[in-house]
Write a protein that binds this ligand. Structure first.
Ligand SMILES: Cc1cc2nc3c(=O)[nH]c(=O)nc-3n(C[C@H](O)[C@H](O)[C@H](O)COP(=O)(O)OP(=O)(O)OC[C@H]3O[C@@H](n4cnc5c(N)ncnc54)[C@H](O)[C@@H]3O)c2cc1C
Length: 493
């Protein structure tokens, strides 16, 4: 009999791992607490509207291509490259910046704000490109067995990048650009890492290279959930069992091996190997009682912001908005300084709006738009009470309506809101943190919870809070890394 694998959680990490392992001959069962697979990459259908609930685009689209190539299957969904990548609206300015990969076109967007933009951007991106390619295989796409192993790998990164460890993301931008608008727009990616551009190391400017030059941004024709549908079709072909509505609440282990996982209804799952797709830090504390991951210690770690998400079905077509849009205020530094620490909902919130119906008309009834609004907010350590959620919803809906010149408020046909509390409950996201553990230099590589358990020889982890980190393509890379580990340590037969 081929080896059996139980995967706890059917988020993208669990699904991609199930795909790779099942094609290599392992007998895979996925156990998911929710009623639909996909985790944060999920779908919400209501009153004729379809919303992607979480991710709406991604960089490094080639990682998805690699996933399907590695199992010898054609990619089961259609990738769309974003052009422009997104738009940015800054309060008080009547300009809407369209962010293009084509630097000549992008220079036009910054005309009158940044002289010689194109030449400056090219120079800036050379440094960002070098650091990306110098770390991709040494740090990101690599398994580490110890801190020493990690540090040895770090030591092979060319020393010319060393000063970037000591500068911030913002300081790097200041070395290249004068315009506040350019610096603000180029620093937005820092927030995804779990910090602000004012305290994120400048090495992460490499993300602007991945966005603006390397591979751009992608989404999926028909909506992001087509990724999950596509993977599910292939898993079915391979006989993978998917068990939904089943939450694992305890585990058993013996002699350095995990032996079983048990659900809240008492269902017991035994297997040769286990993969945890739930948060890798939280799981170790909650179920394995590891002293390094008690709630007190987890609370001391750096976590990414929590999502406050609004899904609106709106009557009418809104011309003043594109598919991917950021709406920012005019107090960037002050906002960045308080957003991780404030126990009250942001007064003049910064938010992202995705209107999938702009590119996928089937996501909304005719003559309507589906709006997905994401406002990053402090996690539940800082703001545990969301009884004031309606106030934030109203503030955003009013602000958005006035900025796009459309009476959204009085044309809402359907509305759903998830506060960080719902996000925490749905997917066991620690303190509601949306992207999991942050990516400061002390929480990456061997300093991040490992994808191989420290004590149990047949237990592995995949997903946002283990290595290499968060975001769809990075989680897909994570599934490749643990598949390599599992194959090396426990062959399928
Ligand atoms: C609002 C939002 C927007 C985002 N936007 C983007 C974006 O545009 N681009 C991008 O690249 N990334 C984005 N991300 C990040 C991206 O969604 C994540 O990095 C990625 O989906 C994480 O996948 P995962 O498999 O690690 O975890 P998850 O998706 O959280 O999957 C884990 C699964 O495990 C299940 N589970 C947990 N505990 C148990 C248990 N005890 N028993 C059984 N099942 C359990 C959960 O229910 C869940 O289904 C976004 C995230 C959020 C929240």
């Amino acid at each position: 009999m081929n080896k059996s694998v139980i995967i706890i959680g059917a988020g993208l990490g669990g699904l991609a791992t199930a795909l790779r392992l099942s094609y290599k001959g392992y007998q895979v069962t996925l156990v998911e607490k929710e009623s639909t697979p996909g985790g944060r990459l999920n779908v919400l259908k209501k009153d004729g509207f379809t919303f992607d609930t979480g991710p709406s685009f991604f960089s490094m689209g080639y990682e998805f291509k690699e996933l399907f190539q590695s199992i010898g299957e054609p990619i089961p969904f259609e990738l769309n490259e974003l052009d422009p990548l997104y738009t940015v609206n800054i309060a008080g300015s009547d300009r809407v910046f369209k962010i293009y990969k084509d630097l000549a076109k992008l220079a036009e967007e910054f005309r009158g704000l940044e002289d010689n933009f194109e030449a400056k951007a090219k120079k800036y991106l050379v440094g960002a490109k070098e650091i990306f390619h110098d770390t991709e295989y040494r740090i990101i796409k690599k398994n580490f067995n110890s801190i020493l192993h990690f540090l040895a790998s770090m030591a092979t990164v060319p020393v010319k990048h060393l000063p970037k460890m000591f500068r911030t993301f913002w300081e790097e931008l200041e070395r290249h650009f004068d315009s506040e608008e350019v610096k603000i727009i180029f620093s937005l990616v820092a927030f995804f890492l779990g910090a602000t551009p004012f305290n994120t190391p400048s090495v992460y400017n490499l993300l602007n290279y991945t966005e603006l030059q390397h591979d751009g941004y992608w989404n999926v024709k028909g909506g992001m959930y087509k990724i999950v549908d596509g993977i599910l079709g292939l898993l079915e072909k391979k006989g993978v069992t998917l068990i939904l509505n089943t939450e694992i609440v305890s585990v058993e282990h013996n002699n350095g091996k995990m032996t079983a996982a048990t659900s809240s209804t008492g269902q017991r799952f035994e297997a040769d190997l286990f993969v945890v797709n739930a948060d890798a830090a939280w799981f170790r504390g909650k179920f394995l009682k590891r002293s390094k991951y008690t709630p007190e210690k987890l609370d001391k770690l750096e976590w990414t912001l929590a999502p406050f998400t609004i899904y609106l079905g709106v009557k009418g077509k809104i011309d003043g908005i594109q598919h991917h849009n950021y709406f920012l205020g005019n107090n960037f530094r002050a906002y960045a300084d308080t957003i991780f620490r404030s126990s009250v909902a942001p007064e003049k919130p910064y938010y992202y709006v995705n209107v999938a119906s702009k590119s996928n008309p089937e996501c909304a009834p005719e003559g309507c738009e589906n709006l997905f609004i994401l406002c990053p907010v402090p996690d539940l350590r800082v703001k545990p009470d969301w009884s004031d959620a309606d106030k934030l919803v109203n503030e955003i809906v009013e602000d958005l309506g006035s900025r796009v010149g459309y009476d959204i408020k009085n044309n809402i046909l359907t509305q759903v809101v998830y506060t960080p509390k719902e996000w925490e409950k749905m997917f066991n996201l620690y303190r509601g943190s949306g992207l999991g553990l942050a990516h400061g230099l002390n929480q990456i590589g061997a300093f991040r919870p490992s994808n191989k358990d420290e004590k149990l020889n047949n237990l592995y982890y995949v997903g946002a809070s283990t290595t290499p980190g968060t975001g769809l393509p990075i989680v897909v890379i994570g599934s490749k890394l643990i598949t390599e580990r599992i194959e090396n340590e426990h062959s399928a037969i």
